[in-house]
Ligand binder design. Structure first.
Ligand code: ADP
Ligand code: ASP
Ligand code: MG
Length: 814
């Protein structure tokens, strides 16, 4: 014999009830079927009571909504002889409800006892209709109002069951009523016959009481998800269902927020060793979760991650508490008297404090109770204060195998730490069935996803990208990413999603990820105009795990918000040189902030595009080397110009060609004036550990003054062509000595200098091609022949590839 239970979402509409009736029909061994109120009705009933007590007449319109919903249901479910009788019976119940509410309105009081009475109508209405709908479909079913059989004490709201009386009543009732019973969940009555309830979500418990009293072979709880899942699927979309759980694990999950099963449900069946199966009305073929004495069937250390969305922490501080026995007994005694339920006691704090989590609505009462209890100690000063912190939540990892394995806590805390989630308190149950942490409420979903990923999806890692700047470099990066996405998933189990995208005009957010093939279309259709502050606000509001910000612009404004981004524990990747080459102070602040918040700030492409320059330097320095001298050709543009200038083609034409090839900035003077190279050598020096400001870099100009002063780019080219002879002569002289012209940056003895030089064929920079960059590092380890890095140092493809390489570094770090 089985007991079945259908929750509010399974009996929400006529369609769903028909579906439930089919499940009942299929389950030949069902004798008792417990049902909840129609989904949402209990909340509405309580709301009517509260409104009435506030003398708000709106309670009547909610009452009539409730009436309509039930009458429509009868209309859709019942067509035969019983229909009129059922309508009358339902109307009578609703009239009774209306009278009660009028009483509440007049009295202006809606206490727990009245609330239980008002909310009892939900199950009384739903089950009455469902029983009739069963009969109409040929199932011999009767309605059972559990107030006749389940007896509780007078703790209205969450009343305690008198098992000996209730079991006897149930057994007797079933002997006298052989038909299938459609039973009201949640409600009961006191010995005096006053309506009480078993607590919100209590229909599960009702079903368990019946299963135990009737010695059922199994209790089936039918809900709207595939059983108990590794996390609440509404918050963690990647949650999956758990095959088996022990009673204790289910209790623990429920205690820490898994609403899918009401905590006390496990107790009655546990004593009789009756298994519970949690199944999905929307997916009846799925076996769901089996809860029994034996949790085996999976070797997972952690079974599920849960959260209690809203808690307050109470901290009792005082030097006089150390060693004084009885303080905690008095403390928890005072709370018990006030019926304050303690969710968690934290071990994290020092011996000078006791710290525990409770529901926020209990916080004030708890504070006052403790202040009263410890009145003397507070005035003497042995207890300093009772402090309440609100807007917190609890995240818990639950699993029986946890005490057999080390490192669970480390994994838990590391996952949170890497996503910048601050832990306010830690607790580990003495049973070692769970580890729980108290964190800021706003981080709840992010923390759930982070910890869920760490324990269940460690094989697939998801990175969320926010990309600003989709010009030449940004656009190429997105193209490369789009081509590699599948490969990264297949080869590295790395899922890279672009969530936010912005050009200079518009911005776009798609929390599920933007399809990269169509990013241009999506962005051009976006409605939001670009605004970097808004962009950052939305990025932080989304609060996604493993978030990475990529700045592909050359904008100073964006560079100045990096610190804010890093503070939110979001890594940054950028080819934008502005931040790293602004003041030494900003450079250091950004590095420190990244470190403090456990994220990476990467800008490999600031020097030599995708050549491994900064990462090589870092490896050298981390392993104890010291850089003594740097010599480098750092501008792809200038490299191209001097490698191509052969003295025959006029110099101005070579520059024009470079511009046409896209090797220069729109105004080529920005390359030719040397400041870009200046920024690069500055960054190199800083990476080597030296302190240097941009103003200290000596840049020797090689362009005649008239070119630099020209008002427009066109004028510049006109002026430059006037200097063609000057450059031709320069080339002739140098060539006569067997040398070539090279624009070289040098850092030595704490001095940075950039100048146009003539080098002969013995110099490592003599042979250069295209837009190549070359860097020679002389160090303690490479004192005579320097370490040389050479290769293509400009162009969108290689720069975007460098950004991509940084992304892979972040992926390895996270
Ligand atoms: P019912 O109306 O059937 O009693 P509930 O709404 O009380 O259903 O419980 C089911 C809901 O519990 C699910 O829709 C889901 O959002 C939530 N839930 C929270 N944690 C979990 C979890 N770990 N596994 C499954 N569901 C969960
Ligand atoms: N109807 C009640 C509630 O919403 C009981 C239940 O559904 O389990 O809390
Ligand atoms: Mg429920």
């Amino acid at each position: 014999m089985k007991v079945l239970k259908f929750g509010g979402s399974s009996v929400q509409t006529a369609e769903r009830i028909k579906n439930v009736i089919e499940i009942i029909r299929e389950e030949k061994s069902a004798r008792a079927v417990v049902c909840s109120a129609l989904g949402g009705i209990t909340d509405q009933l309580i709301q009517t009571g509260q409104l009435a007590a506030n003398q708000n007449p709106i309670y009547l319109s909610i009452w009539s909504e409730i009436q309509d919903r039930h009458l429509v249901l009868i209309e859709e479910l019942i067509h035969e002889s019983e229909k009129e009788e059922i309508i009358q019976a339902i109307k009578t119940k609703l009239l009774e409800l209306e009278n009660v509410l009028r009483g509440v309105f007049l009295l202006r009081e809606f206490n727990a006892r009245a609330s239980d009475y008002v909310s009892s109508f939900g199950e009384r209405l739903s089950c009455y209709i469902i029983a009739a709908a069963c009969r109409e479909r040929g199932i011999q079913a009767e309605y059972l109002d559990t107030r006749k059989v389940i007896i509780t004490n007078e703790d209205y709201g969450v009343a305690q069951v008198n098992f000996s009386l209730s079991n006897e009543n149930i057994q007797k009732y079933f002997l006298e009523h052989p038909n299938l019973q459609i039973i009201t969940g949640f409600i009961a009555s006191t010995p005096k016959g006053i309506t009480s309830t078993l607590g919100r979500g209590g229909s599960d418990y009702t079903a368990s009481i019946f299963a135990a009293a009737l010695m059922a072979e199994e209790l089936e709880i039918w809900t709207d998800v595939d059983g108990v899942m590794t996390a609440d699927p509404r918050k963690v979309s990647k949650a999956f269902s758990i095959e088996r759980l022990s009673y204790e694990e289910a209790m623990e999950l429920s205690h820490f927020g898994a609403k899918v099963i009401y905590g006390p449900t496990m107790a009655p069946v546990l004593q009789k060793d009756i298994p519970i199966r949690i199944r999905n009305t929307f997916n009846p073929a799925f076996p769901g979760t089996l809860v029994s004495a034996d949790s085996n069937g999976t070797k997972r250390i952690v079974k599920g991650i849960t959260s209690v969305g809203k808690v307050a922490m109470v901290n009792v501080w005082g030097g006089g508490m150390v060693g004084i026995s009885g303080v905690s007994a008095r403390l928890f005694g005072a709370l018990a008297r006030e019926k304050v339920n303690v969710i968690l006691i934290s071990q994290a704090s020092s011996e000078h404090s006791i710290c525990f989590a409770i529901k926020p609505e209990d916080a004030q009462r708890a504070k006052e109770a403790l202040e009263q209890e410890f009145d003397r100690e507070l005035s003497e000063g042995s207890i300093y204060r009772v402090e309440v912190t609100e807007n917190l939540c609890i995240i818990a990892a639950v699993g029986e195998n946890m005490h057999h394995s080390s490192g669970v806590a480390a994994k838990f805390f590391t996952a949170l730490g890497k996503n910048g989630i601050n832990i306010r308190g830690i607790a580990q149950g003495s049973s070692e069935l769970n580890i729980s942490v108290v964190i800021q409420q706003e981080d709840e979903v992010k923390a759930l996803r982070t910890v869920h990923q760490a324990f269940f999806l460690s094989d697939i890692k998801t990175i969320h990208l926010f990309v600003v700047g989709v010009g030449l470099i940004g656009g190429t990066f997105l193209k490369q990413l789009s081509e590699q996405q599948q490969y990264l998933l297949d080869e590295y189990k790395l899922e890279v999603k672009v969530i936010g995208l912005s050009n200079s005009k518009k911005q776009l957010f798609m929390p599920e990820g933007i399809t990269l093939k169509y990013w241009q279309e999506h962005l051009s259709e976006a409605l939001e105009s670009a605004d970097i502050d808004q962009f950052i606000w939305q990025m932080t509001q989304l609060n996604l795990i493993n978030s990475v910000f990529i700045d592909n612009t050359a904008s100073a404004k964006i560079a100045h918000v990096y610190e804010k981004i890093l503070q939110r524990s979001i890594s940054i990747i950028t080819p934008n040189k502005i931040a790293s080459s602004s003041s030494q102070e900003l450079y250091q602040t950004l590095k420190k902030t990244a470190k403090k918040h456990n994220v990476l700030y990467l800008y490999e492409t600031n020097v030599g595009a995708s050549l491994p320059v900064l990462s090589t330097l870092k490896d050298l320095i981390d392993s104890g080397d010291r850089i003594l001298k740097i010599e480098a050709i750092l501008s792809g543009t200038l490299s191209y110009i001097f490698n191509t200038f052969d003295g025959k083609t006029p110099f101005s034409q070579v520059v024009r060609k470079a511009k046409e090839l896209g090797y220069t900035e729109p105004d080529p003077r920005e390359d030719l004036n040397g400041s870009d190279v200046g920024r690069k050598i500055l960054i190199l020096a800083r990476e080597c550990g030296y302190t240097l400001e941009f103003e200290e870099v000596e840049i020797k100009a090689f362009l005649p003054e008239n070119c630099m002063q020209a008002a427009s780019v066109d004028d510049f080219f006109k002026e430059l062509s006037k200097s063609d002879d000057y450059f031709k002569e320069m080339h002739r002289q140098v060539a006569a000595e067997g040398k070539v012209l090279r624009y070289i940056a040098r850092f030595e003895n704490h001095k940075a200098e950039i100048s146009l030089q003539a080098v002969d064929q013995n110099h490592p920079f003599y042979i250069m091609q295209g837009s190549d960059n070359i860097l020679a590092f002389t160090s303690l380890r490479y004192p005579e022949r320097p370490l040389v890095i050479k290769g293509s140092g400009a162009g969108a493809e290689v720069t975007a590839a460098g950004v991509f390489a940084d992304l892979m570094r972040v992926a390895n770090y996270l």
